[in-house]
Design a binder for this molecule. Sequence first.
Ligand SMILES: [Zn+2]
Length: 82
Amino acid sequence: MKIYYTCEYCGNHIDTLEVDHVDEAKFGFDCLTAQERQDIIKTDIAQNAIYVKSLCDFCITSMGLDDNIALGRPTISQGYIH
Ligand SMILES: [Zn+2]
């Protein structure tokens, strides 16, 4: 299964991970509320892929977003970035 990370602000592709098994705790998904999961994570069973919205380094830097709490986003999102 592949996990695709895409910047939700500029749409840039950030990273692709290939995993045998999705460990939700490892990726921080287990810390999200059901609503956050719906917003952030899209699962494509047919493609055997998961699409995760994140922020690219460029957007983080250009917007000065070093504190996700200010955006109203869960702090766990920082785990997606790198
Ligand atoms: Zn971006």
